[in-house]
Design a protein around this ligand. Structure first.
Ligand code: PCA
Length: 322
């Protein structure tokens, strides 16, 4: 081997050693820094940094500041960022399996949501895997209720209200309730309400508090329609490029973050619902009439989902109902 060839080989080795020894990743998320999912993610990346002695250093870019929420999945898929978090039902138009956690009144408790997650996890892993992504963990939002800028007694009172939606399911729910849906990202909520683009929304107590809902809205109907989940994913090539030890650190930290996240979500429900009340929002579970009508909407959506999800959907529902 000639001298310059030795030198080239040495340079290649030096480069790959550097790559193996210090990695800086970017993580993009859609929700604010104070949101409990984001706080959990920050702890997750801190733990990875500590456990690898800084070899894997992940910087979190929250609130859609690096990647617009609607672009998040494709950004991880194409490796524009190595890792990211997004709401899985946002992908419902790709495959109905992504929407099962958002079928209203199918799984309304944390226990049922966890059960549904365990059943659907292999499907999610497979579907995300086909798009070059590995599922690291998933955590549910607190139950979804309805916020309005006026008192609602029956479903007819929702007629014509402009209702903010964040997924195909929330859009359909608004539509079937007689409202007019508008797709708005969580990061844009305050602006949308202050400019009068919307006067109602379906979301959790968390997002209500994160967006200071009391500045624009007066009522929260805590109907607990469903618990949508966020997923934290990593680009497969980025993950595969890690050494085995680092991979294990990431997977262990992910398992811990998942457990911690579900616990925090439970606490969040209680804590943030109280904060809504403390700030003047009238919180109630809604009239019997309203709840019965929303249940009917839910049944309609469940039938639509089953039709779309076909055999796979049937398998999932059978396992869930056992
Ligand atoms: N907050 C997110 C999704 C579900 C939730 O509770 C949002 O409103 O966009």
């Amino acid at each position: 081997m000639k001298l310059h060839q030795y030198m080239t080989a040495a340079a290649v080795v030096a480069c790959s050693m550097t790559a193996a020894h210090a990695e800086s990743w970017r993580m993009a998320t859609a929700y604010p820094e104070t949101n409990f999912h984001t706080v959990n993610i920050q702890e997750f990346v801190n733990e990875i940094k500590d456990a690898t002695d800084g070899k894997l250093d992940i910087t979190v870019h929250a609130n859609g500041s690096l990647i617009r929420p609607g672009e998040l999945k494709n950004a991880v898929r194409s490796r524009q960022v190595e890792t990211g978090e997004f709401i899985i039902s946002g992908l419902a138009n790709e495959n109905p399996i992504f929407a099962v956690d958002s079928v209203p009144f199918l799984a309304v408790s944390y226990e049922d949501s966890e059960k549904l997650y365990e059943i659907t996890k292999p499907y999610l892993e497979d579907l995300l895997g086909r798009q070059n992504m590995q599922l690291l963990y998933s955590v549910a939002w607190p139950p979804q209720g309805m916020y309005t800028d006026r008192e609602i007694n029956t479903i007819d009172d929702l007629k014509g209200l402009r209702m903010r939606a964040y997924s195909p399911q929330t859009e359909r729910l608004a539509q079937l309730s007689g409202a007019v849906p508008t797709q708005i990202e969580a990061a844009d909520l305050a602006q949308a309400f202050s400019t009068g683009r919307v006067n109602a929304m379906i979301t959790s107590a968390s997002t209500g508090v994160n967006s200071s809902a009391w500045d624009f809205l007066s009522h929260y109907y805590d109907v607990a329609a469903f618990l949508p989940k966020n997923v934290v994913v990593v680009n497969k090539r980025s993950f595969d490029a890690l050494d085995d030890e680092t991979k294990k650190v990431v997977l262990d930290a992910a398992a811990k973050a998942e457990k911690r996240g579900w616990e925090r979500s439970r606490e969040e429900r209680v804590k943030q619902t109280k904060l809504l009340e403390d700030n003047g929002i009238k919180v109630s579970s809604g009239s019997d009439e309203l709840r019965a009508a929303l249940l009917e909407v839910g049944q309609k959506m469940a039938a639509e989902w089953s039709k779309e999800a076909g055999k796979e959907g049937e398998t999932i529902l059978n396992a869930f109902q056992q």
